[in-house]
Design a protein around this ligand. Sequence first.
Ligand code: GLV
Length: 330
Amino acid sequence: MSRPAVLVARAVFPETVARLREHFDVEDNPGDIIFTKPQLIERLHGKAGAFTTGSERIDAQVLDANPQLRVVANMAVGYNNFDVEACTARGVLATNTPDVLTETTADFGFALMMATARRMAESEHFLRRGEWTRWAYDMFTGSDVHGATLGILGMGRIGQAIARRGALGFGMKVIYHNRSRLAAEQEAPLGARYVDKATLLREADHLVLVLPYSASSHHAIGAAELAQMKPTATLTNVARGGIVDDAALAVALRERRIAAAGLDVFEGEPQVHPDLLTLPNVVLTPHIASATVATRRAMAELAADNLIAALSGGKPPAPINPQVLPLRPA
Ligand code: GLV
């Protein structure tokens, strides 16, 4: 019996590709070309599975052009690059990589929030420019993290891990807003208080966004929301571009309607709104919250586990739409 064919759509650890080759006929992409939609459609011809990242959009057009496709395995916890409804309607399994990146992403979210509050990037640039000639009582004074109010929008696994760092490590008061409220036994150890979105915006000293991107979270933070925040507050986004209206944020930062922002994700990334690049009070990082060697390896392995299990009739560890299982026959 011939082995299923799979596409590994971006460059990934050679060990992961080698492991996939033990099970499948693999077309990989060692040159790491970002495929256009027509190229992606063409590369997927004849493939039963795809190992994807956030840069590949899997939608009805791609699926209809590849009716043989049965599994799409994203190497990411977020899967807004998948039209899950379109996958489900065609019996295509979609998978992602939750859990393995929770603590790493929370470390980064917390670090970015601290860097933002304590003006680390801005002061480092000042030093590198050779402008540090003397001490001054108000040089790069920021705002405290310890004891401050940490606001979390999106209290899933990563949100809770950030809340844990704030509450247990830094004595922060934790408030959060989420589609659903946590169980009392999850709130209690964090002293976390569920509040409506307006209260969250109004009370947070440091607001961290950790919610998934969807049509309903598009521009969840825009001019109106920024206007409700404290002028001393910081905003950190480690979730997805598009949750924040970057143009409105640039205006709020320029006019000091909020103190500072830390952004790891952007609308239309890798493009960054040009106004953000000119502002001193924003820390900008290139979508690296899960980027430790160990975690990226774990994500790649989990994506491979999903693909291998699904295409060999097993139970994939992280299905997004398990209702399509068992997979339709090839
Ligand atoms: C990264 O952004 C992810 O969703 O894993």
